[in-house]
Design a protein around this ligand. Structure first.
Ligand code: DGT
Ligand code: CA
Ligand code: CA
Ligand code: ZN
Length: 573
């Protein structure tokens, strides 16, 4: 099954990278594996299909050595190098590497010195000791690890939207090949575009319940949790649970509405149904016990006197009221996006050169594209010095003329906001750029007041156009830094600085609620992918779903503007 292979291979490479990190191996080698993981996760086709060809096309981020390992995987379904590494690092440690404040080096020291192997072992160690001098952990670090463990335990039981959508897509492709399956659709929180997903829900339309449920149970899995004619639940190899519901054509629309949820939204819709004399459940819509034909979800909402409410809005956060008072937002769609304004090239830590980026943006039908590499302080990301920035500007200038009429290129930078709130480049440099993103990449541990001041200083800078990933969170890995979000959105609106919705699936930053707050205060949002590889451009969907959940309309977003309107906004004043 194609996409499951992508995920399997990505997680093998990820585990190899983690193991190398535990063992303090060469950082470039680790980087190569991580880059490969990234490219595989954002691929739009099966890695097995690509590399099964005799003369496979080049996949970005995958060099000769890793190509060999992929071929080995295709032949043997495993990578022997991983087994070798697993003899040195106990596998249980891997699950703990995402605990904030811990890190592979400390974890490995804990293993060597105290034979710590599981989360329970780590908890015992750090909650019973205020410091561990033997492995040079003082009180402050121990406190951080304790906080990290709490966050980790919260996030453990949920998957990222990115992983969930990827797996769902692969499963649906498989399911549609089963005999007598007419339709298959994603439902549940994945369809609502929620940032994390507890389990995956898939709805399947057929007449042949028995054979379809049998075929579902034959999809690759680790365990069968439930097996009946109308419901099959599987545990996948990555521990994700998938609930398949099998329905006939007559019930499909109502079942889709029901299993999309949210539960809270459904409760409200059902109340409205009952008040009007209807009954609504997963089997159908009934009026005085007579089943009413519903071909689509639209039909259901319409019959109840409601307008159609998109899945991303179905959270009972005011959408029913908005619908009844004709104020439901006409939310932004993927097709409304006219360009990506946060892109890294191989001048810093991206994998594409400038022309590859431009070509890809053209392929995607974008009207404009910005090049925004890191600035000098982001030195792990190979940030650009002023000299290298001007070199790049020079090259971009030439490309602007070369691609004139095909796409508009904006020369920019993702400038670090330094600890004191000043920026990595002086205004005299920033004024030469077409677009400036300012982001915090260092000094997360400060107070709410200091963090807020740093961001507001950047917002007020006359050359800054966008604040990148404003809260710095990494979903279930790093909490957002504390910010006074209301002051930030107010200032952003006032100074015409947009706030980013970073679409990378572990960021989704701003999140849906912050986006909605920003909109309420009239700030513009910009949905960017923070692309580092060609396929990362696909992340735009996650950002758009988040924007929809934040009730954003096309007019609330910066990168839905056409090029001349965009240029006007970028001038700020
Ligand atoms: P998750 O999996 O935690 O990310 O969230 P959901 O929304 O996917 O929840 P899930 O998988 O438990 O159920 C999928 C949908 O099915 C849910 O959004 C609404 C519907 N549903 C499930 N159980 C119930 C229930 O007991 N009552 C109602 N009204 N709806 C339910
Ligand atoms: Ca679910
Ligand atoms: Ca479920
Ligand atoms: Zn970036």
């Amino acid at each position: 099954m194609s996409f499951e292979d992508n995920e399997k291979l990505a997680s093998i490479f990820e585990t190899i990278a983690d193991a190398l990190e535990f063992l303090n191996d060469n950082p470039f080698k680790i980087r190569a594996y991580r880059n490969a993981v990234d490219s595989i996760r954002s691929l739009n086709e099966s890695i097995v299909d690509i590399y099964s060809k005799s003369n496979p096309k080049k996949v970005e981020g995958i060099g000769k050595d890793l190509e060999q390992k992929i071929k080995e995987y295709i032949d043997t379904k495993k990578v022997a190098y991983l087994d070798e590494l697993l003899e040195k690092v106990p596998y249980t440690l891997f699950q703990l590497k995402d605990i904030r404040g811990l890190g592979p080096k400390t974890l490995y020291k804990m293993f060597e010195r105290y034979r710590v192997r599981t989360l329970e072992d780590v908890k015992k160690l750090v909650f019973e000791n205020d410091e561990l001098k033997d492995i040079s952990l003082l009180e402050k670090s121990i406190k951080k690890i304790r906080e990290g463990i709490e966050l980790f335990e919260e996030g453990q039981s949920r998957f990222s939207l990115g992983a969930s959508l990827l797996i769902a897509k692969g499963l649906i492709e498989q399911i549609l090949k089963i005999d007598y399956v007419v339709k298959a659709e994603i439902a549940g929180s994945t369809r609502r575009g929620k940032e994390t997903v507890g389990d995956l829900d898939i709805l399947i339309c057929t007449k042949d319940f028995k054979n379809v449920s049998k075929a579902l149970a034959n999809l690759p899995h680790k365990q069968i949790i439930a097996l009946g004619d109308t419901k099959v639940s599987l545990l996948l190899s990555n521990n994700m649970q998938v609930d398949f519901r099998i329905v006939d054509d007559e019930s499909f629309a109502c079942a889709l509405q029901y299993f999309t949820g949210s539960k809270e939204h459904n409760v409200r819709v059902r109340e409205i149904a009952i008040k009007k004399g209807f009954k609504l459940n997963e089997y159908g819509l009934f009026f005085k016990d007579k089943k009413i034909e519903t071909k689509s979800e639209e039909d259901i909402y319409k019959a109840l006197g409601l307008c159609y409410i998109k899945p991303t809005l179905r959270e009972n956060k005011g959408e029913i009221e908005a619908c009844l008072s004709n104020n439901l937002p006409d939310v932004v769609e993927l097709e409304d996006i006219k360009g990506d304004l946060h892109v890294h090239s191989n001048y810093s830590d991206g994998l594409m050169n400038l022309e590859e980026i431009i070509q890809e943006a053209i392929n995607r039908g974008y009207e404009y594209i910005a090049i925004t590499d890191h600035s000098v302080s982001s030195y792990v990301a190979n940030g650009l010095s002023v000299e290298r920035l001007y070199e790049q500007l020079n090259e971009i200038d030439k490309l602007k003329s070369k691609y004139k009429g095909k796409i508009n290129i904006l020369a920019g930078s993702e400038v670090d906001i330094k600890k004191d709130g000043s920026l990595d480049f002086d205004d005299s440099v920033l004024k030469d750029l077409d677009i400036v993103i300012a982001s915090i990449h260092q000094g997360f541990g400060n107070s709410k007041d200091i963090n807020t001041k740093r961001i507001i200083a950047a917002i007020e800078n006359p050359y800054v156009n966008i604040i990148g990933h404003p809260t710095g969170r990494l979903i279930s890995q790093r909490p957002p830094y504390e910010l006074d979000m209301q002051s930030i959105v107010e200032k952003a609106a006032k100074h015409k600085t947009a706030l980013e919705i970073n679409s990378f699936y572990l960021r989704l930053d701003l999140n849906d609620e912050h986006a909605r707050l920003a909109k309420a205060f009239g700030a513009k949002l910009c949905i960017n992918t923070d692309t580092h590889t060609k396929d990362n451009f696909n992340y735009m969907l996650f950002g758009v779903l988040t924007a929809q959940r934040g009730w954003l309309e096309k007019s609330d977003c910066l990168n839905t503007l056409n090029y001349s309107k965009l240029k006007q906004f970028l001038k700020k004043r």
